[in-house]
Design a protein around this ligand. Structure first.
Ligand code: MN
Length: 238
């Protein structure tokens, strides 16, 4: 049975139609897919597993849990918006959290999975913020704040990032090809799948004279983008 890769769903109660598509997709996937990899930014934002109900994400967790109970393996890699998804989410839904990046094997092909923001090394302000927020110190301090304070911090951060985005070019916010090649070389892979940039495409290139491929997933709320793998073949739907 095929394996599906999706990312950047950015689910939020503010876009109930997206959650409905997600419910429908998960329902239709049963019996047709055996695995789903969600490569980050499943949620518009996440401020801790204990804030699920405040953010109105109970419904999404129920959809995930029902799909796992129906026999699907669901794997999740953190995105830059939901990097705080933690062990309680994992326990409640039955999804399994994988490190970013993770290398899996599809048939005989080693494939590197990543959200993708770590590849955008030209975006130095994002990389600085990322570096800080991924430390245990930051996480501990943030998660120990009351939910209301975390909400304020998160919305201030999102506003700041929206403003900054306007002054950044598409090139700066895209992945850096040198970094892509470095990561692939470091992990001994010639195939990579990521999201984050919302620019679905299949990029063919060479690393040390060997053909390499980079699949980019699009977002979900405008294009319901998905990559399918079945019997040695990939197909990108966008
Ligand atoms: Mn992202």
């Amino acid at each position: 049975m095929p394996t599906a890769f999706i990312s950047d769903l950015h689910l939020t109660p503010d876009r109930p139609e997206s959650t409905e598509w997600f419910r429908q997709f998960m329902r239709e996937s049963r019996g047709l897919l055996n695995r789903i990899y969600i490569l980050g930014d499943l949620f518009e934002f996440w401020i801790g597993d204990d804030a699920r109900d405040t953010l109105g994400y109970g419904e999404v967790e129920e959809i995930l849990q029902a799909t796992v109970e129906a026999g699907m393996d669901i794997f999740f890699i953190h995105g830059n918006r939901d990097f705080l998804v933690g062990r309680d989410f994992e326990r409640r839904t039955g999804c399994r959290i994988l490190a970013d990046p993770t290398v899996i094997e599809l048939g005989t092909t080693r494939v590197l999975l990543t959200h993708g923001d770590a590849l955008c090394t030209d975006d130095t302000t994002h990389q600085q913020a990322r570096k800080q927020m991924l430390t245990d110190k930051w996480r501990f301090a943030f998660l120990n704040q009351p939910v209301s304070e975390r909400l304020d911090t998160a919305s201030a951060m999102r506003k700041k990032s929206e403003i900054e985005k306007k002054s950044k070019s598409m090139e700066i916010m895209d992945v850096n090809q040198k970094q892509v090649e470095k990561v692939m070389r470091d992990h001994g892979v010639r195939t990579m799948i990521h999201g984050h940039t919302h620019q679905p495409a299949v990029h063919d290139f060479f690393i040390d004279r060997a053909p390499a491929k980079r699949f980019v997933l699009g977002d979900w709320y405008t294009q319901k983008s998905m990559l399918l793998y079945d019997k040695g073949c990939f197909s990108l739907k966008r």
